[in-house]
Design a protein around this ligand. Structure first.
Ligand code: ATP
Length: 447
């Protein structure tokens, strides 16, 4: 169960804020509609989509210790020394780095087997104990209704996209959208990954934020480039370090069966570059297959050109949980302040789980009463935290660690002139703000 995670009180706020910002950016526009489709769908949907046949990873087992590995993860698991030793057995191997060479061998069945025969299992250390690679379908299966037989098999969705495709004409007709237009959805997806790892990066239950943009064939390249740009900007606009973001374009020989062009937006995690969002030109593959399997026309009538055709789809598919991890890591800083180490999460204010803390300097002289009044005035607008325990410096640090952008302190001067100290998290600068201007002040900074 190591790939299952629960989000605590701060985590759930951060996750919701990420999803909310995505939802606003993607659907508060006149060419994208929202959708929330069911997780359980007719099993034929997954035949049509190609998942029953193709959604597999190559898996190997260790005959000795029974550990299971995704074939392509072996490269990361074997030590460089063992890689070097193994590679000596091959006369010539293509690739610049040791890892490239190792991966190249694993990718070809004829050399993969030879390699597996000479490397040690990363878990038990035994040499040559691996089974032949075999295909493992990543979809979780269950049964619909009380009878557990093969006629009642149903899948947990491995992506949210198919729920959008089968609703394409419903949404087009009910919302009277004309091409080009998109449908966006946020929701859970499930993949029975062979190995989960790296915290939230690869889990079996995760959340996706997907938008499928339907376009006239021939205009697909233009919209593919357009969405690439919009999507990388979105991460930057929420404060992600630009130098830690890049595109990884898929070479033509590595494209998925449905794709004409594909790129990943990658983030530089502490363990290396990893995909956080995929952008794909899926052509008319999906709608054509659904037309074929359902027997229902998926053609769109274009009343400008007076033609009927199956639209092309440009997909932007981001992981909410993987983005969460990238935003969290990117925000984390440790710095020296007055001889002490301060840990701070520099979240963009829109993502910060708590927007402001209200702190009476001392728990007497009427300060708590004023602070409680401020708290209740701000609560309808923002997620607020009230804290009256301990030294003010420690209370500030606690809020730095949670990534709270503003701390509002009620102090002796408040009693004289109805102003409070507002401390900004990153600069730690303080300014005095009149209590009756606080809502407007925070709204300007946070929204
Ligand atoms: P990977 O190659 O890393 O398995 P993928 O290419 O299969 O990913 P897509 O099918 O394009 O991923 O899914 C879109 C997004 O969904 C990914 O960019 C990622 O953010 C997220 N995602 C996919 N699989 C997982 C998972 N097992 N755990 C968490 N997020 C995931």
């Amino acid at each position: 169960m190591n790939g299952c995670w629960d989000y605590g009180p701060l985590g759930v706020e951060l996750l919701r804020n990420i999803k909310e910002e995505w939802w606003k950016a993607m659907t508060y526009r006149d060419d994208v509609e929202g959708l929330d489709a069911a997780i359980l769908m007719h099993p034929r949907v997954w035949e049509a989509s190609g998942h029953v046949e193709n959604f597999t990873d190559p898996m190997i087992d260790c005959k000795q210790c029974k550990a299971r590995f995704r074939l392509d993860t072996l490269t990361e698991m074997i030590s460089d020394k063992n890689k070097e030793k193994a590679l000596k057995e091959f006369d010539s191997v293509e690739g610049e780095t040791l890892d490239d060479k190792f991966t190249a061998l694993l990718e070809k069945p004829e050399t993969a087997q030879k390699l597996l025969d000479i490397i040690n299992c990363p878990q038990c250390g035994n040499k040559g104990a691996f089974t032949q690679p075999r295909k493992f379908n990543l979809m979780f299966k269950t049964f619909l209704g009380p009878v557990e037989d093969s006629n009642n098999v149903i899948y947990l969705r491995p992506e949210t996209a198919q729920g959008i495709y089968v609703n394409f004409l419903n949404v087009a007709n009910s919302s009277r959208q004309k091409l080009p237009f998109g449908i966006a959805q946020i929701g859970k997806a499930f993949r029975n990954e062979i190995n989960t790892k790296n915290f939230l990066f690869r889990t079996r239950e995760f959340e996706q934020m997907e938008m499928q943009y339907f376009v006239k064939p021939g205009t697909d390249k233009e919209f593919y480039d357009y969405w690439k740009d919009i999507r990388i900007q979105w991460f930057k606009s929420l404060g992600m370090t630009p130098s830690k973001l890049r595109f990884h374009d898929h070479p033509a020989d590595k494209l998925a069966h449905y794709a004409k062009e594909a790129t990943d937006i990658e983030y530089e995690f502490p363990f290396g570059w990893g995909e956080i969002e995929g952008i794909h030109n899926r052509t008319d593959y999906d709608l054509s297959r659904h037309q074929q399997y359902s027997g229902k026309s998926q053609q769109y009538y274009d009343d400008v050109s007076k033609e009927k055709y199956i639209p092309y789809i440009i997909e932007t598919s981001a992981g909410a949980s993987r983005s969460f991890m990238a935003f969290l890591i990117d925000a984390y800083y440790e710095e020296e302040v007055k001889g002490e180490t301060r840990s701070v999460l520099r979240f963009h204010p829109k993502l910060a789980p708590i927007k402001a803390a209200v702190l009476p300097l001392v728990n007497k002289d009427g300060m708590p009463e004023i602070a409680r009044k401020i708290e209740s005035d701000l609560r309808p607008y923002f997620k607020i935290f009230y804290d009256d325990k301990g030294a003010i410096g420690r209370r500030y640090r606690r809020m730095d660690e949670a990534g709270t952008p503003y701390c509002i302190t009620v102090d002796t001067q408040t009693l004289e002139d109805n102003t409070v100290t507002v401390r900004e998290r990153d600069s730690m600068e303080q300014e005095r703000v009149s209590i009756d201007k606080l809502v407007a002040y925070l709204q300007e900074k946070l929204i």
